[in-house]
Design a protein around this ligand. Structure first.
Ligand SMILES: [Zn+2]
Length: 288
């Protein structure tokens, strides 16, 4: 499934001005893939949204739409350490939301304000992505501290939070991306364990269906064979040079693409399986 399904009428909204904790039932209907893990009451998963403001925010730039959603992992040893850093004035970093491994959702910055979660970045011709994006930090130690599976409750909470955000802002599915997509030379989060396919099946982001696994052979390395690879990666949104053989910059972009759309094999190579997924994503966004 590549298109959003309409939100059921019972879906709650996160208020911008709310300051108190509340428990809210997430309707099970959009959470098809995760429903098996939901409470047996049939009432779906409960997520807990709590305001815990960060001083690391400012006004969004005038005239810039909120049209991008960027997912991260925290990449620190504990959730507490990550949250403390995201609220430390000296650190100058923050995100709009943090989703803990038990599905708890914290709001650090109101969506109407700019959070500082991206840094130097690029997507579809835009830089300064903090100004136009909403950032979600997903608790996971990351590759540096023991990268582990994202619990189903956490994924369900991320999914529901994303659906709510999409109900408030005109964010195209192709602009729901990883930090690694927009900064492939510096970042690898949220990484290849993140369930992009599951989110897409629940209406969040893009996933190409029915792409056969062609394996990791047949990697293209010379400039002529990589010309179309570079073009298509660029049209999807990555910053890539238009010409050249396989070089470290292109390998980093290929790894970013793989972490998002070819997580079975993060090789940095334009191998057959990666090219098949690349064409699949290209078709979804209308690239010929
Ligand atoms: Zn990040």
């Amino acid at each position: 499934m590549t298109q959003r399904e309409p939100l059921p009428p019972s879906s709650g909204r996160v208020g911008e001005g709310g300051s108190t904790s509340h428990l809210r039932a997430v309707p099970p209907s959009p959470l098809v893939r995760y429903a098996a893990q939901a409470p047996s009451s049939g009432e779906g998963v409960f997520i807990h949204i709590r305001d815990l403001p960060s001083p690391n925010q400012d006004a969004r730039p005038d005239g810039v739409p909120i049209d991008t959603l960027i997912l991260h992992y925290t990449g620190m040893q504990t959730a507490q350490a990550a949250i403390e850093r995201l609220r430390d004035p000296a650190a100058h970093v923050s995100s709009h939301y943090v989703v803990d491994e038990d599905g708890t959702v914290l709001r650090l910055v109101p969506e109407a304000r700019r959070a500082f979660h991206v840094g130097v970045s690029y997507w579809r011709g835009n830089t300064e992505l903090n100004g136009r994006s909403i950032g979600i930090e997903i608790v996971n130690p990351g590759h540096e501290w023991g990268y582990r599976d994202f619990p189903v409750l956490q994924l369900a909470a991320v999914c529901d939070l994303c659906l709510e955000i999409l109900s408030r802002h005109a964010i195209p599915a192709r602009n729901i991306v990883a930090h690694s997509d927009v900064a492939p030379d510096r970042k690898e989060d949220p990484g290849e364990k993140f369930d992009w396919e599951g989110l897409a099946r629940n209406g969040v982001g893009l996933w190409p269906d029915d792409v056969p696994d062609l394996g990791t052979g047949g990697a293209a390395r010379d400039a002529a064979r990589l010309r179309d690879v570079r073009r298509v990666l660029g049209e999807i949104g990555y910053r890539v040079m238009r010409e050249g053989p396989l070089d470290p910059a292109l390998a980093a972009v290929l790894r970013a693409f793989q972490r998002h759309w070819r997580p079975e094999a993060v090789t940095g190579q334009a191998d057959a399986g990666t090219l098949a997924r690349l064409l699949g994503v290209a078709r979804l966004v209308g690239i010929k």
